[in-house]
Design a protein around this ligand. Structure first.
Ligand code: FAD
Ligand code: HEM
Length: 370
């Protein structure tokens, strides 16, 4: 651990127990000093669910070497254009952060800690600003929902038509806002198709409990509604130069980017075997199985293994995806693409590591918040 990271972690323990109060103070500092900044944030804001402070703290604590995270920070800065953030607001937010830390760190907060947070924030903010400034695309595009279909208990499949061209690569995701039902709240969703001539895009969304955006997209959105989509992000693109066979692993709606990758492979692949493991709790949750079966019947290089973890009457493969993938190994000579919940990704990464797949051949997106 570098000195900087040690100082950041050590100092955070001084305030950690009071982080809700610290968050309240942080937002109050910003909004009282600069009331116009309040309009950038969701209409209803409770401190537990407000995302900015938590995001900055975790970025600062994990990004000990900002050079390594250069591309991520630049794309985060590009993505922040969707919030309509202007450069000078980075100073306002940085100053509020330091003041909140000093206030709750009380007598134990040293000038050394202060400097460490200031330095880390400045480097990150500079990289985000550079990313935002270099981007000439619009901050977001408007897209009309042209098809909405409910599948299973809590899944919605949406097809949208962006009003402006949005270039993306299969495997990428975009931030989505649903202004009619949840204005100013953005969440990321993977694009579930390869680029099409008519520009339409598909999304597979699972409504999560009282989740703000997923609930609105699955239960309330209808054809004719408008969404906003920010710039595509993510690096889970197929390596076209590789000759290796491929393993695709999708948990739940983690199928979305995997399906986009299959569609892309369908445009050029003839020589690589592609094995898809598609897992869910039960049959009802395997919401897109018929379409995957159709693809597997059309493309001889594609094989499909549906998996249920909790379905006693299911005649197919049972267990967690990580266990099933392990059973079918060894896979040392394959390229891997994984998508799903953080728990599924962690377990599967452990499994492929045990199967001695070199980490550089494994690409993944976890549906973590940030
Ligand atoms: C790279 C990436 C790609 C993704 N792709 C997809 C995708 O293709 N499909 C997909 O379905 N999802 C995807 N996600 C997840 C998605 O971005 C959202 O995180 C998810 O839809 C939940 O957002 P929400 O606004 O509905 O929930 P939030 O409102 O953010 O709530 C999150 C969780 O907290 C719970 N909660 C609700 N209210 C409260 C409260 N008052 N206090 C405490 N907890 C509460 C909710 O039940 C939910 O479980 C992706 C995530 C990432 C990072
Ligand atoms: C070091 C600087 C910053 C970092 C690392 C950072 C990081 C993040 C991340 C990771 C998220 C969650 C992702 C998302 O919802 O898309 C987020 C949300 C957000 N950020 Fe930033 N951000 C920074 C600075 C700023 C600044 C200067 C502003 C302007 C006021 C800002 C405004 C927002 C808003 C409005 C949200 C959504 C909040 C919510 O939904 O509750 N950010 N930030």
């Amino acid at each position: 651990m570098s000195d900087l990271q040690r100082l950041l972690k050590e100092s955070w323990t001084l305030v950690e127990e009071e982080q809700d109060k610290l968050a309240g103070y942080f937002y109050a500092r910003i909004f009282l000093g600069r009331p116009e900044v309040r309009d950038l944030f969701p209409v209803t804001m409770d401190v537990q669910r407000a995302r900015l402070l938590g995001a900055i703290v975790s970025a600062i604590q994990t990004v000990d070497d900002p050079e390594r995270f250069d591309e991520y920070l630049r794309s985060l800065g590009r993505d922040h254009r969707k919030f309509q953030v202007v450069p000078e607001q980075y100073e306002v937010v940085g100053a509020a952060l330091l003041e909140a830390l000093r206030t709750f760190g009380r007598g134990d907060w040293t000038p050394e800690y202060d400097q460490a947070w200031r330095d880390a924030y400045d480097v990150i903010a500079r990289k985000m600003l550079a990313g935002a400034e270099a981007d000439t695309n619009p901050a977001f595009v408007h897209a009309e929902v042209i098809h909405h279909e409910r599948r299973g208990r809590d899944i919605g499949l949406l097809r949208v038509r962006p009003l402006q061209h949005l270039e993306f690569r299969p495997g990428q995701y975009v931030s989505v806002e649903c202004p009619k039902y949840q204005p100013r709240v953005w969440r990321t969703y993977s694009i579930a198709n390869a680029p099409r001539a008519d520009g339409t895009m598909d999304f597979h969304v699972r409504a999560l409990g009282a989740g703000w955006v997923s609930g609105a997209l699955v239960r309330r959105t209808q054809p004719g509604d408008m969404l906003r989509l920010a710039a595509p992000m993510g690096t889970m693109a197929v390596d076209r130069r590789s000759q290796r066979d491929i393993v695709l692993i999708a948990g739940g709606t983690g199928l979305a980017p995997i399906k986009a990758i299959i569609e892309e492979l369908a445009t050029f692949n003839r020589t690589r075997w592609v094995h898809v493991f598609y897992g869910a709790r039960d049959r009802d949750d395997l919401y897109d199985l018929p379409d995957l079966q159709r693809l597997a019947s059309v493309f001889p290089w594609l094989s499909l293994m549906p998996v249920c973890s909790h379905d006693s009457g299911w005649g197919g493969e049972e267990g967690l995806l990580s266990e099933v993938v392990r059973r079918y190994g060894p896979w040392q000579d394959h390229d891997f693409y994984l998508s799903g919940s953080p728990a599924m990704i962690r377990a599967t990464l452990r499994a492929v590591n045990e199967l001695q797949v070199p980490p550089m051949r494994v690409k993944y997106d976890a549906f973590a918040d940030y």
